[in-house]
Write a protein of this length. Sequence first.
Length: 395
Amino acid sequence: MKKTIKDYELEGKKVIIRCDFNVPMKNGQITDDTRIKSSLRTIRYAINHGAKVILMSHLGRIKTEEDKAKNTLKPVAQTLSKYLRKKVTFVPQTRGKELEEAIAKMKPKSVLLMENTRFEDLDGKKESNNDEELGKYWASLGDIFINDAFGTIHRTHASNVGIASNLPSGIGFLVEKEVKELSKLLKNPKTPYTIILGGAKVSDKLGLINNLITKVDYLLIGGGMAFTFLKAEGFNIGASLVEKDQLENCHNLLKKYEGKIILPIDVITAQNMTDETETHLRFINEIKEDEMGLDIGPGTVKTFSQYLNDSKTIFWNGPVGCFEYKPFQEGTKKLCDVISQTKAYKVIGGGDTASAVTKFGYANKMDHISTGGGASLTFLEGTSLKALDIIPEKD
Ligand code: AMP
């Protein structure tokens, strides 16, 4: 068990908390503040235990000087201040005198938010490449480091691995919960155990398939990635998404795990991916040359439902259609409904699947929705999570 924030005496200490404030923004406004809300428990705990709370996070990607204005954390400080009902001092810098003086002036129970850690990427990707000097410098600003950013826990950055290498460290409540819930999918899951995979690419999910295929009873495949499997089975998939370099892998998996991998039997096709396009329901042996399969059909929903209704553990990663467009959202929406009504332990991977479940109003009907898309996939691949590994075990 990893050390957590509860294992440290925080009174009067400068506690750096690495949060995940990578929130979606439009015209300088936060469009979804779920990630900010998810970080509150750890921040409140630190405040209530008398810490001087120094918050760090990345936001978006910083490749040019112009990216800075769009990705400042200033609006996050305002939202945080509203939820915490206290002042959050925002320092528009990632190093230097102004930051150091603001920290020196902090009183116990006060909160400071430093500017986007990725501003350091403009100068030789210092944050994203875990520059040693930067990790040491940020660590020098605090006494204790708490990592509560699950979304980047699989990355080796200066603001996670770098700081943790130089300070007594632990995890926050959010990371602790993610690890606890996702571990249930790896260690003694209740069976029947069903995984649904969708989304665009097979290659992104091959690691997870290889690690979990022997543990699960059924692997239901939808979304764009289903078409590489269908082509490997010999179907004509028209203009649907295909990863040619994965055909052999898919063929081998289908042969080795016959009866375990369940593919769509019908799909919704169209010539364009737009809200107004004309759509067709096709059995998978009827797809026309100029059509793309963009959602699963009602027959597939029914077949998938039979497996899901029986399951005691369900993990879902990747929408089964292009749910961002109205004509192709039905499959994903129906699966949300079916899964929410099962008695299974139900876990939703982060990223697009989490957005879809939230968009269709099923978020509070799931047992766990991960806050990290790539991180939850890496965890389930059984690959090491660098920023978690560096945190010491409890004594
Ligand atoms: P991923 O990040 O790999 O989980 O992919 C998510 C994306 O896959 C979403 O933006 C969906 O629109 C897209 N997607 C789902 N089904 C299909 C499909 N049949 N063809 C192309 N893209 C799809």
